[in-house]
Design a protein around this ligand. Structure first.
Ligand code: DX5
Ligand code: ZN
Length: 243
């Protein structure tokens, strides 16, 4: 049986229940009002979420542009009790690990397609900065491309839409990758969380959880109409109905 990689003791833990106990609902700030990010944090906290997802886009790896470390640092100053998850949809992710950690990110996830150096090295480098490590794959990238690296990952992010934009529809065959990752985790006695991102709403949330996801990222389904509390409640209710 493969041995688990050493974990740095003082790295931040994922908040909330342990794997298998309950599913995390993680709002993506991409769909929030960028003119009022502090208000979005308050709304997210009031809805009972303690983990947010920050979509970092560079206009190269994906066609869209969002924000960088200064904005993350500014919102970090407004909250200490929410876990910050930075999803790097950028070229040359290694160059930006330290700036995002300094800004307050507690999980850094990069795309295997964008990693210039060996992904195992990059995951270990992220852990050495004292944060959690994540690896992601686009809808068309097979699990076999990340397979050699997952022992160094705290989280695997399965993109269920093409990265770059919110508000797209989930691509159904991406759910098979979640099932594959559940099996791999069991076979190798690993403990990474499986996160899904893209097109998650009350209906698809149930499908993703049935496939084995531990963490659901949702942007438009959480911020739609500015009714964050009600929208999160609807997502939770949909999940309760399948348990
Ligand atoms: C897309 C981003 C997602 C996005 C999801 O590239 O990675 O995190 O916010 O948005 P929805 O939930 O609207 O599909
Ligand atoms: Zn994302």
């Amino acid at each position: 049986m493969a041995r688990k990689p050493p974990q740095k003791k003082d790295r931040p833990l994922f908040p909330g229940p342990a794997r298998g106990k309950a599913v995390h609902i993680v709002p993506s700030l991409l769909s929030a009002d960028f003119a009022d990010l502090a208000g979005a944090l308050t709304a997210v906290r009031q809805a009972g979420c303690r983990w947010i997802h920050l979509d970092i886009m560079d206009g190269h790896f994906v066609p869209n542009l969002t924000f960088g470390p200064p904005v993350v640092s500014a919102i970090r100053k407004r909250t200490k009790d929410i876990f910050f998850d930075a999803h790097l949809m950028i070229e040359n992710p290694r160059q930006y690990v330290k700036p995002f950690v300094a800004a307050g990110a507690q999980l850094i996830t990069f795309h295997v397609e964008a990693a210039q150096d060996d992904s195992t090295n990059l995951l270990r480098y992220i852990r050495r900065q004292g944060v959690q490590s994540g690896i992601s794959l686009r809808p068309k990238t097979p699990v076999s491309d990340i397979d050699p690296h997952i022992e160094s990952a705290d989280l695997v992010l399965v993109m269920t839409v093409e990265p770059g934009f919110g508000g797209q529809k989930l691509i159904p065959n991406t759910l098979n990758k979640i099932r594959e990752l559940v099996l791999l985790r069991e076979e190798r006695a690993l403990s990474y969380l499986i996160q899904v991102d893209g097109g998650i709403d009350p209906e698809t949330a149930s499908l993703a959880v049935a496939a084995g996801s531990d963490v659901l990222v949702a942007g438009s389904a959480v911020f739609r109409g500015g009714r964050v509390k009600e929208n999160v409640r609807n997502l939770r209710r949909a999940l309760n109905s399948i348990r």
